[in-house]
Ligand binder design. Structure first.
Ligand code: AMP
Length: 277
């Protein structure tokens, strides 16, 4: 496994990698959710590249960029175990050299939900992913359904800019109680961790109500809200029931619909989603 920190080293090694090349962008502090992406990339490609980069431009000024958990040694050991060929772990200046000022903005899709709660978030995401795609030049790139809106934004960027690669979506990996795996789960204390299971319980409730024939989005959201607020440490940022492709909010649930949410448990903001229908 080659580990490189600069674009120049990456470019040199990339030229020698047998194709197709599968690529998994991450912010590190890897868990099973990341490793499932890596395994799928490994199974479908001759070479696998992974990036570890905590991207400052996708964090708001009051967000957790500085505290974001990091453990590069452990990450590298895990990636070695998965048979990864190349890890790109650039310092910030390699991605954003002094004077860097070209940004990728995906309008519409990127302005809703997470984009509305975290202004500038998807501009940072799209820009760093475009940078990484240009440097790594993958044939396929793997993203988790856990970040469903991110996946849509990346797909839209790839389509609109005619980027020549395939975007592959990978289902969400969950803990036994349903909590979606996330590097940020490490912020939760034991009591918060217990209460965090309510996100998936609320999503499961939405699926159940839909299965029983409920099509009124407001009614489903009300039931989800009531369930979540039974947990004293939970504070809802949003619950959305939207068209799974356009993210237009639905009054009447029509499949496929994306049920997604952001909920704070204590100080930790968690997101999760399911597709119904
Ligand atoms: P991150 O390191 O949080 O930026 O995530 C890197 C990639 O892993 C993104 O495509 C995420 O959607 C994906 N990912 C994170 N958590 C999970 C999970 N629990 N299940 C599936 N994919 C995930």
């Amino acid at each position: 496994m080659k580990i490189v920190e600069t674009a120049a080293e990456l470019s040199q090694l990339r030229g020698k990698m047998p194709g197709p090349v599968g690529f998994v962008p991450t912010m590190g502090y890897l868990h099973e959710g990341h490793l499932v992406l890596v395994r799928q990339a490994r199974a479908e490609n001759a070479s696998v590249a992974v990036s570890i980069f905590v991207n400052p431009t996708q964090f708001g000024p009051k967000e957790d960029f500085r505290q974001y958990p990091r453990d590069p040694r452990r990450d590298l050991a895990l990636l070695e175990g998965e048979g990864v060929d190349l890890v790109f772990m650039p310092p910030v200046e390699e991605i954003y050299p002094p004077g860097f000022n070209a940004w990728v903005e995906v309008g519409g899709l990127g302005e809703r939900l997470e984009g509305a709660s975290r202004p500038g978030h998807f501009r940072g995401v799209a820009t760093v992913v475009a940078r990484l795609f240009e440097l790594v030049r993958p044939d396929r790139a793997y993203f988790g359904q856990k970040d469903a809106q991110q996946l849509l934004v990346i797909r839209k960027m790839v389509a609109d800019l005619d980027m020549s690669l395939e975007v592959v979506a990978v289902p969400t990996v969950r803990e036994p109680d349903g909590l979606a795996m996330s590097s940020r789960n490490t912020y939760l204390n034991p009591e918060e961790r217990k209460q965090a299971a309510v996100l998936y319980q609320a999503l499961t409730l939405a699926q159940k109500l839909y299965g029983e024939g409920e099509r009124n989005a407001a009614a489903i959201r009300r039931r989800m809200t009531a369930l979540i607020l039974k947990q004293p440490l939970a504070d809802i940022d949003y619950i959305s029931i939207a068209d799974a492709e356009t993210l237009d909010e639905l009054d009447e649930v029509k499949p496929p619909a994306l049920v997604s949410m952001a909920v704070r448990i204590g100080k930790t903001r968690l997101i999760d989603n399911v597709v119904v229908g």
